[in-house]
Design a protein around this ligand. Structure first.
Ligand code: HEC
Length: 163
């Protein structure tokens, strides 16, 4: 009798384990529609367009690195030169056909960043005050953050971004 009991207990434990594994493998399958984790508005672009936008982003970051490197040395000429490469007069890598797909708010925020770079360049030359430049960089970073809080980029066969 005892061995049958053991067998039963072992089987029961085995069954419980299986249930546990099954539950862990399929977590919280609720009746609610599946919400994507990233709730930011999606700009749907072609793969090549996404690449250009992200490349511009990385250039922003690279220029910020050059500026923060030059500031402690008070090399305001270098600050101005670097900032100007991202200013509104700089060659725009993003073709008009892609720009046309971007929502107005996105373009306004992007324009604001380019204008900030213009001002950083101008003030670095005329005022030559690193502390002033740092506060301008801080203000500009708010614009970067604002846009990142609103948008994400997705790749689609057909781009659809405007709303
Ligand atoms: C007009 C909107 C906008 C502005 C302004 C903006 N970004 Fe972005 N940035 C984006 C979007 C959208 C992405 C893609 C985010 C995603 O899909 O998760 C991005 C991605 C990036 C990335 C990641 C690039 C990669 O290769 O994945 C970096 C770095 C970045 N931004 C830096 C900056 C910096 C620095 C600034 C300010 C100087 C800035 N961005 C301003 C919209 C913006």
């Amino acid at each position: 009798m005892k061995s049958t009991q053991h067998k039963f207990t072992a089987t029961a434990i085995g069954a419980l384990c299986l249930v546990g594994v099954a539950l862990a493998a399929a977590p919280a399958k609720s009746s609610q529609p599946k919400q994507p984790a990233d709730q930011r508005a999606a700009l749907v672009l072609l793969d090549a367009e996404r690449h250009l936008v992200l490349e511009e982003m990385r250039n922003f970051l690279a220029v910020l690195q050059i500026i923060t490197d030059a500031l402690p040395r008070e090399d305001m000429k270098e600050v101005a030169r670097a900032a100007r490469t991202m200013g509104s007069g700089a060659a725009n890598e993003i073709p008009p056909i892609t720009v046309a797909k971007l929502p107005e708010e996105f373009k306004m925020l992007a324009g604001g960043v380019h204008t900030s770079f213009d001002l950083i360049a101008l003030d670095a030359e005329t005022l030559g005050d690193p502390r002033h430049t740092i506060s301008q960089v801080g203000e500009m970073l708010q614009k970067c953050n604002a846009c990142h809080g609103i948008y994400q980029i997705k790749v689609g066969k057909e781009s659809r971004a405007k709303k």
